[in-house]
Design a protein. Structure first.
Lengths: 329, 287
């Protein structure tokens, strides 16, 4: 663990944006494996108990109102269906700009997340709003394509207008221990992104252990990812609280070791306001309040926004609302 | 041989086809007519009511979309299962309402008959309440009654089984889904009825039974934007206030009678029509 504790260890820069302090750990497959496997193991029972315990916090009244507005501003409003059309993306963009048409005080969401071919439609519909256009790329969701195809996918999405790219890692390579391959791919994708933000999807549902989640998180951060994201939303289990806990610990430790802050995006399976608030509590307790910002934390979701709006209406009007009272996409 | 220990029961709610505890964790003791402890019942909170509305809304598409004939079959099956548990119902009605065994048994029989009666109405309502309309124009014009959605039912406080069945069955027969708040003092027949519903063919969420205080939960249901109708029979003195809150979201309201009626009388269609909406179709005809 000397690498973690000693940011001044000698090395060479390998990737744009990657901290020099860890340059040497990626000099060979063996060194990288030794580093990733040298990360402290995750106490599975402890992580699950801590996540469950943080989930019991009671957040009410003004704190709840703040949490709901914060959560809305962190939503990456997502549509990743084969049946997506430009019209659907435009109506999603309209919802992103004005989530609750009846209430002008409702904040905008952070981004709209679509497939790469629809990035241009989303960008045009969001022009001038400050809402980001995120596109999934690199043969999402499986990641099963050659590197040339993946990079072309990324360039295409960026050229189309995406300013955030959600890439998937090659889980096959990761699980068979070819960490440096995965690392090189993330570095190459980051390069292809240019100015666009890169979110690295770990697909934690396929990584099986929390140890692997921690390793994948460090790998993605070392390779220059701006965000680490739990899941594609196409695999179950998707974002669970303990997985998010492990990732929040990883970004916290990474900033402590390197000074570089990386964002976290849980995606998939977060459908209720209660789930969202549990995540906010966990950010505050595990990573710290610095991450309680749409720049550093996002929810990848589609139906979550509706529940947040219903709860917001409940707080505003004093009575329960219903799904007839939120806009459909 | 030692004496057998009493099995003391703490019942739960019936929401979405499952038996959850109250979200609030509250229970309250239920006493029989003479004041002796019988069991603990869950005391539902406003959040349980909210969850029940979500479950009822989710079940509405399937229940209202089922054929009227199928709904009749399912409801008839409920009456069959009730009949099998008649002895338990009679015991609970006798204890709760302070009736003699014979009178309690008569109330249970009437409740089962009432359920069968409503089961028979499912596929006849459209014929009786709808039909073709003679119009002055080249149109085939017809009206059909349609269920309005989720109905909140504040069940009668005194008649714990016959009264309950008389307010719940018509709602289900029309194709609406129901969130019922049972009698506060006499919830046991409602709890047993929820066990009957769970073991018959009624899809989860179609009927949700909450035990607890209608005065506490009623206002939340009356104001809830996703409740389409409310039956105020068991609301007591709060009925007027609830009617006023229900107006805020344009609910269909079945007003509370001045005093709890005699449930043994012929109910007629008066409890089914308030929660139906009439759809009229103008279909052009030509040569």
């Amino acid at each position: 663990m000397t690498h973690v504790l000693d940011p001044t260890a000698p090395g060479r820069p390998v990737a744009p944006g990657a901290p020099d302090a860890f340059a040497d750990v990626t000099r060979s497959d063996a060194a990288f494996r030794a580093f990733l496997h040298g990360l402290p193991g995750v106490d599975q029972v402890g992580a699950e108990a801590r996540a469950a315990q943080l989930g019991t916090r009671s957040i009410k009244t003004t704190a709840k109102a703040w949490a709901i507005d914060t959560a809305i501003s962190m939503v990456d409003l997502t549509t990743l269906e084969g049946a997506d059309t430009p019209g659907r993306v435009r109506s999603l963009a309209a919802k992103a700009r004005r989530p609750d048409p009846a209430d002008g005080s409702c904040p905008q969401v952070a981004a709209v997340c679509v497939y790469g071919d629809l990035a241009g439609v989303a960008r045009d519909a969001l022009a001038g709003t400050g809402i980001h256009t995120a596109a999934v790329a690199t043969a999402f969701p499986s990641g099963r394509a050659s590197r040339e195809v993946k990079l072309a996918d990324v360039r295409d999405a960026v050229a189309g207008g995406a300013d955030e790219i959600d890439m998937v890692i090659d889980r096959g390579a990761f699980l068979s221990g070819r960490y440096l391959d995965v690392f090189d791919e993330v570095v190459a994708v980051k390069e292809a992104c240019g100015d666009a933000h890169l979110k690295v999807i770990l697909e934690t549902g396929e990584l099986r252990t929390y140890d692997a989640v921690r390793r994948a998180s460090w790998l993605a951060m070392l390779a220059g990812g701006d965000f680490i994201k739990t899941s594609t939303g196409k695999v179950s289990p998707a974002a669970t609280l303990p997985v998010c806990l492990v990732m929040l610990e990883a970004v916290r430790d990474f900033r402590a070791a390197t000074g570089t802050q990386v964002g976290v995006k849980p995606a998939g399976g977060i459908r209720t306001t209660k789930d969202a608030i549990k995540h906010l509590v966990m950010i505050n307790e595990v990573a710290g309040p610095d991450w309680l910002d749409p720049v550093w934390f996002r929810f990848g979701a589609s139906s979550l926004l509706d529940d947040l709006l219903l709860q917001r209406q409940k707080l505003r009007t004093g009575h329960y609302s219903g799904p007839d009272h939120v806009s459909v996409v | 041989m030692s004496e057998r220990l009493e099995v003391r029961k703490t019942y739960k709610l019936y929401v979405g086809g499952k038996f959850p505890r109250s979200e609030s964790g509250r229970t309250y003791p239920v006493a029989d007519g003479r004041g002796h402890f019988v069991a603990n019942a869950a005391k539902a909170s406003r959040k349980d009511a909210r969850d029940a509305v979500v479950a009822a809304r989710a079940a509405f598409a399937g229940w209202s979309g089922a054929t009227a004939y199928n709904r009749g079959q399912v409801l008839y099956r409920v009456a069959e299962v009730m009949e099998g548990r008649a002895a338990q119902f009679a015991e609970e009605v006798a204890a709760g309402e302070g009736l003699s065994a014979a009178k309690a048994r008569a109330a249970v029989d009437a409740a089962v008959d009432r359920w069968v009666w409503y089961a028979g109405w499912t596929d006849k309502l459209a014929a009786v309440l709808g039909g073709t309309n003679p119009v002055a124009g080249p149109y085939f014009d017809f009206s059909v009654p349609e269920p309005s959605g989720v109905v909140a039912v504040l069940a009668p406080q005194r008649s714990s089984l016959l009264g309950l069945v008389s307010v719940l069955a018509p709602v289900l027969a029309t194709g609406c889904t129901a969130v019922v708040v049972s009698s506060l003092q006499r919830p046991l027949p409602a709890i047993t009825l929820s066990e009957v519903l769970a073991t018959s063919d009624v899809p989860g969420g179609v009927a949700n039974l909450l035990t607890g205080d209608a005065a506490e939960i009623g206002p939340w249901l009356a104001e809830h934007a996703d409740v389409d109708g409310i039956d105020l029979t068991g609301a007591g003195t709060a009925a007027m206030e609830l009617e006023r809150s229900a107006a805020g979201t344009l609910k269909r309201v079945l007003r509370a009678p001045a005093d709890e009626p005699d449930w043994t009388g012929d109910p007629g269609l008066s409890r089914m029509t308030p929660f139906l909406e009439t759809k009229t179709v103008w279909h052009p005809i030509g040569v």
